[in-house]
Ligand binder design. Structure first.
Ligand code: AMO
Length: 441
């Protein structure tokens, strides 16, 4: 009988260690990213887990014909590491022998090995399984991984517990019509619009919780900032003094994410030429004040009293950047009418909530605020809104059975990534975007 002892054999050299093997013959694995024919030799670029390895093919050293390898073939390659000043890494691999593990059976429908993908967003997404192999395309999602690792590292250090809440739910938390309904064994269920109810429930258990998971919005409009499935970064914390505590925590979180990227993801930051924003302090402005400021400075009429128009978000960004240098701005005290039933109202002015949005480079990336923790207060607000409290019995258990003052936020991972990289469409930062027209791949 075989016994599995957990020791995965490391058969090959890791590309990151190649530098220490100069002068030695090594074996490594990877895919052929690009073959560039020169006179008398060829450059073969090998795509490995994170980096590209420059290899040289020459009949002088190789014991196989170049025709044996094609772009996108998967190889086990044996070669000699030689110092080479002109290579970006300071070395290259002189190809000696290969074992071809698999070879493509069709020509690629789209060129993926140029510096940037020179194609439309549609084509980029249609052929996602292969276009993601482009060096810059995959770097976007490596950076996104870095953002999530930074979040986990910071929040864990702040004693938040990571949770996983259900995505099949009995009711929507965010209101509105953008909820996916499904048949659940003959009954009705929904896809979670957010982990709102569950993260609040879990504050009663752990005091501080967070979750990074997909959520679903049946948005029927096709815009550059809406997806039907996106990754929501949520945290929720108890024993807060006010919603300002949440903004403080988010500011520190963003600062720490950027610091983490600077140390762990320099390769991708450089490759994608990312201009990281400076974060020391983030200005905060009340919603009505922001509306008036935009109207005054840009001589615009205020048409929507309860929300920002996308254009206003961009103008506010310009204005705040000019005045303070910050690329982020918190907008606080949103009108109660526009916020969900769980949002706490300002005691002094119940028309507004103790809530905020964070705008980054002209786009809303976060919504957060303080929640109602008092049972009567929550019940009354639901009744005022014509909701049936009985339908929310399991949620209201937390209010009935003691909850600390608490609040939290939800940050759209794709929106944040996309603004960080200054992309024109949030889909560029979604691995396999879901929108009204796209369910494949
Ligand atoms: P909200 O509905 O504002 O708040 O969503 C929070 C953040 O999620 C992102 N987002 C989206 N990203 C891509 N496509 C969409 N269709 C989309 N909709 C929202 C945005 C937004 O700021 N429960 C509250 C959060 C909280 O108070 O804790 C909520 O979900 O970046």
């Amino acid at each position: 009988m075989n016994k599995i002892n957990g020791n995965l054999k490391q058969r090959f050299v890791q590309p990151e260690e190649l530098y220490s093997f100069i002068g030695k013959v090594v074996t490594l694995q990877g895919s052929v990213y690009k073959i560039r024919l020169m006179s008398g030799f060829a450059f073969v670029i090998l795509r490995t887990k994170r980096s590209m390895v420059q290899c040289i093919y020459s009949q002088e050293f190789a014991c196989f014909p170049l025709e044996n390898i094609k772009e996108e073939a998967c190889l086990i390659l044996t070669g000699e590491v030689v110092a080479e000043e002109r290579s970006k890494t300071g070395y290259e691999l002189r190809m000696l022998d290969v074992e071809v593990l698999s070879s493509p059976v069709e020509e690629s429908p789209v060129v993926i090995n140029n510096k940037c993908m020179e194609t439309s967003l549609e084509t980029l997404l249609d052929f996602r399984p292969i276009t993601l192999r482009n060096e810059k395309e995959r770097a976007i999602f490596k950076l996104q991984e870095g953002i999530c690792r930074g979040i986990r590292q910071f929040l864990t250090a702040q004693q938040f517990t990571e949770i996983h809440s259900p995505k099949l739910v009995y009711a929507g938390a965010e209101g509105g019509a953008n909820i996916f309904k499904l048949d659940y064994f003959g009954g009705e269920a929904f896809l979670a619009q957010s982990p709102q109810f569950y993260k609040q429930m879990m504050v009663g258990v752990y005091e501080r919780v967070f979750e990074i998971a997909p959520v679903y919005r049946a948005e029927k409009h096709d815009t550059s900032r809406h997806l039907n499935e996106y990754i929501s970064v949520d945290f929720e914390m108890g024993y807060i003094e006010g919603f300002e505590d949440i903004m403080q925590m988010e500011t520190k979180l963003l600062f720490e994410i950027l610091e983490f990227l600077k140390t762990e993801y320099t390769f991708e930051l450089k490759l994608l030429n990312v201009k990281l924003p400076a974060i020391t302090e983030i200005p905060a402005i009340a919603f009505t004040e922001a509306k008036q400021l935009i109207a005054q400075e840009y001589n615009r009429a205020i048409t929507d009293l309860e929300d920002f128009e996308p254009e206003e978000e961009k103008l506010l960004y310009e204005l705040i950047k000019k005045k303070t240098g910050s690329e982020f701005v918190f907008v606080t005290h949103y009108p109660s009418k526009k916020r969900p039933f769980y949002a706490m109202e300002d005691q002094e002015n119940p028309d507004v909530t103790l809530s905020f949005d964070l705008l980054f480079r002209g786009l809303e990336i976060t919504t957060g605020g303080q929640r109602i923790h008092n049972y009567e207060e929550q019940l009354n607000k639901m009744k005022r809104r014509g909701m049936n409290p009985e339908a929310f019995e399991s949620y209201l258990m937390i209010h009935k059975h003691g909850m600390p003052p608490h609040g939290g936020l939800g940050l759209g991972l794709e929106r944040f990534t996309s603004r960080l990289l200054e992309q024109t469409n949030v889909r560029y930062s979604s691995l396999f975007p879901r929108d009204m027209k796209r369910l494949v791949p």
